[in-house]
Design a protein around this ligand. Structure first.
Ligand code: KIV
Ligand code: ZN
Length: 515
């Protein structure tokens, strides 16, 4: 029997640190449920001390998840650890993850602390976390640029203090696979009590090596990998969960371990995360990209038709690519709708909520012949955002475009209790509609990104629009879905505006110099 490789997902924490990827409490719960369905071992749900919103997000995930361990991040500070302990108090199984930087550059210039002070903080933090849970993880931040002797010293001390997982982060994505793997092996060999803890790795992708570094660590004894769906995360992101899991599964001949992940849930989870965060998946992305199993060359197609394994090392179905089939249509009843939603992990808290979603489903089914799982997911994302942030809503939109004429739009939006209307012209109907909304709302936000994706195929498919806005240094993503992309665009814009209007003072875990 091979060793188990623990899959620690940090989409809801490090993933959320991607600019614009912040998630609401309910969105976090939906993603957490999808991760649990996939049998992820540990879900890092957020950084409770960062903001009241983060605290509530972790608390909501802790209350909804039964199988996976729910983890909260905390700096090596009493108040962070107490907040994490409090947010996780209702979890079936909880973990506190505490960290402090150990590289010379971080200790001297960011923390302004001596190495001995850093060890003292780390030990105290682990001891305090143990008051809340016996599952405590410690990370020496920027381990990839820390001195090996110092890492040995601090890690030995935190194991004695009660840390059960030692996570070695390559915080700035600086390591090289051979060197990183060797570091993991040497730490395990040199630390006298290393057998009392599980070694974990957390790699960033600044040089495109996050997955390679993580897998090299696994070959050298790491038995937990921290990763995110679609490789989302700070800057260039983290190691992609789907790539780690499928590498270990596909190359069982190479890796001395296995994961418990239900790989058939991967694609659905990837789409959900992309949908909620507004970060599209590039078509050539391994495992979850639209082209990951598509063969263009005639020679390849011929080979695959004769024998799939000539050009395919994995089965598309094994990662969930068969899911794009028609599931419901115009004549489907409420029960079929509720059942399929439950299979997708979407539950309704009341009959009224179910009825409301069912009526939107019927509206969609009138416009679109076949309804796929992706349409159902989008239906909920769209409605969830509206319900959460009711401040600004689209009341009506009329757009016109004619050859030789300048496109124009008339938009009415409800702002709190008032209905306001404006008209505008633009380069196209989308441009005119967004300008009309701006004429009403005067947000002065800067549009950083506008993108449209077809949720499924066909010209009657829903278009899913992502709009990224920036104002006063804050970046938010808004999403909207509709069979009419002009309406989808207006919804996405208003969704982003609502997020900008929501108060959110949030700390960034690594941007704070305190500890
Ligand atoms: O990248 C990093 O070092 C982190 C730590 C908090 C583990 O995200
Ligand atoms: Zn990180």
């Amino acid at each position: 029997m091979s060793d188990k490789l623990i899959i620690f997902d940090t989409t809801l924490r490090d993933g959320e640190q991607s600019p614009g990827a912040s998630m609401t409490r309910d969105e976090k719960v939906r993603i957490a449920k999808a991760l649990e369905r996939m049998r992820v071992d540990v879900i890092e749900a957020g950084f409770p001390a960062a903001s009241p919103g983060d605290f509530e997000g972790v608390q909501a995930v802790a209350r909804s998840i039964k199988e996976s361990v729910v983890c909260g991040l905390a700096r090596a500070l009493d108040r962070d650890i107490d907040q994490a302990g409090e947010a996780l108090k209702d979890a079936e199984r909880s973990r506190i993850h505490t960290f402090i930087a150990t590289s010379p550059i971080h200790m001297q210039l960011k923390l302004r602390m001596s190495p001995d002070q850093v060890i003292e903080h780390a030990v105290k933090a682990v001891q305090r976390a143990r008051r809340y849970t016996d599952n405590v993880e410690f990370s020496p931040e920027d381990a990839g640029r820390s001195e090996e002797d110092f890492l040995c010293k601090i890690l030995e001390a935190v194991i004695d203090a009660g840390a059960t997982t030692l996570n070695i982060p390559d915080t700035v994505g600086y390591s090289m696979p051979d060197i990183f793997g060797r570091t993991i092996r040497r730490l395990r060999e040199r630390i006298p009590n290393s057998d009392k803890a599980i070694f974990s790795v957390h790699c960033h992708n600044d040089l495109g090596l996050a997955v390679a570094n993580s897998l090299s660590a696994v070959m050298n004894g790491a038995r937990q990998v921290e990763c995110t769906i679609n490789g989302l995360g700070e800057r260039a992101g983290n190691a992609a969960l789907e790539e780690i899991v499928m590498a270990v599964k596909t190359r069982k001949d190479v890796f001395p371990c296995h994961t418990d992940i239900d790989t058939r849930e991967i694609v659905a989870c990837s789409k959900l995360v992309s949908n909620i965060t507004g970060f599209p998946v590039q078509p050539n992305k391994a495992i979850v990209g639209a082209n990951a199993f598509a063969h263009e060359s005639g020679i390849h197609q011929d080979g695959v038709l004769k024998h799939r394994e000539t050009y395919e090392i994995m089965c598309a179905e094994d990662v969930g690519w068969s899911a794009n089939r028609m599931v419901l249509g115009k004549h489907s009843g409420r029960n079929a709708f509720r059942t399929r939603m439950a299979e997708l992990g979407i539950e309704f808290s009341s009959e009224a909520e179910l009825n409301e979603a069912f009526s939107r489903f019927k509206d969609l089914a009138d416009k679109k012949h076949e309804i796929f799982d992706e349409d159902l997911q989008a239906l909920i994302t769209d409605a969830g955002d509206m319900a959460d942030d009711e401040g600004v809503r689209l009341v009506s939109l009329k757009a016109s475009s004619e050859t030789g004429e300048q496109p124009s739009a008339k938009v009415t939006v409800r702002v709190d209790q008032d209905e306001l209307t404006a008209t505008a012209t633009g380069g196209g109907v989308v441009d005119a509609s967004l300008k009309a909304i701006e004429a009403v709302l005067k947000t002065d936000a800067q549009l950083l990104l506008y993108s449209v994706n077809n949720i499924t195929t066909g010209t009657d498919a829903q278009g899913e629009v992502t709009v990224r806005l920036e104002k006063g240094g804050r970046i938010v993503n808004g999403q909207g879905a509709d069979t009419d992309i002009v309406i989808a665009s207006a919804k996405a814009y208003l969704n982003a505006v609502n997020k900008l209007r929501a108060p959110q003072a949030r700390m960034h875990p690594q941007a704070i110099s305190e500890v």
